[in-house]
Write a protein that binds this ligand. Structure first.
Ligand SMILES: *Cc1c(COP(=O)(O)O)cnc(C)c1O
Length: 217
């Protein structure tokens, strides 16, 4: 039995993406049996393998670093619904180039922001870049591919975990609100919160929490 019910009871407004990168298809299907439909993977190769073994329809969320030479393969994955980790303008150019490979109905894109400024982390580093990336998606991408919102990963090296997490989430929320004003929309979402900090993320207004370890302990 997984911890799904316990975690779900804490979600409030947020949706759960069950991150299955470290577990088997059998474990994934146990969550499916319990009603979970949204699953996250961070490697294209593993996502393709798992999708190939699964016969039930579910919603895949790609959450990991995406190399440009894997974009085509990723877009071809059945049931791909979201990419949370769009982290550069060059990656968007590649998505534009490969957009016809996507055969699904709709693909939601999140721009990843590096809220902690740590060098090893992926993501955009300024509001101007986010705005540019958003406009590029809106103007040049396929009508099937939509800007969903912003994503962040909490700080890796931290001495005050709670304070840093809250600061990171507040930063992302501010950026989202600024972006909504500039794009004249009110529909952007926040993808933030993992096993260790999802309750803080939910308090900070997260729409999608991405949880792996805490589901399977
Ligand atoms: C692995 C991963 C998660 C889930 O992390 P847990 O600590 O297992 O909950 C969330 N987001 C991203 C981008 C990940 O790579």
């Amino acid at each position: 039995m997984s911890n799904l019910a316990k975690i779900k009871s804490k979600l409030k407004q947020a949706e759960l993406v069950a991150v299955t990168k470290n577990v088997t298809v059998e474990q994934l299907l146990e969550l499916y049996e319990e009603g979970q439909r949204d699953f996250g993977e961070n490697r294209v190769q593993e996502l393709i393998r798992k999708e190939g073994e699964i016969t039930v329809p579910l919603n895949w969320h790609f959450i990991g670093p995406l190399q440009r030479n894997k974009v085509k393969k990723l877009l071809q994955v059945n049931n791909l619904k979201y990419i949370h980790s769009i982290d550069s303008l060059k990656l968007i150019d590649e998505l534009i180039k490969q957009k016809d490979e996507f055969k699904g109905e709709e693909l939601g894109l999140f721009l990843e922001y590096n809220t902690s400024g740590e060098e090893e982390k992926h993501g955009f580093n300024s509001y101007e870049e986010l705005l540019l990336a958003s406009k590029k998606i809106q103007e040049k991408l396929s009508p099937k591919m939509n800007l969903m919102g912003l994503m962040a990963i909490g700080k890796i090296r931290t001495e005050d975990f709670i304070a840093d997490a809250k600061e990171s989430f507040a930063t992302l929320k501010d950026l989202k609100e600024k972006l909504e004003k500039d794009l004249n929309t009110s529909s952007l979402k926040l993808s933030m919160g993992m096993s260790s900090d999802f309750e803080l993320a939910i308090e900070s207004g997260s729409d999608f929490v991405r949880i792996g370890r805490a589901l399977f302990v």
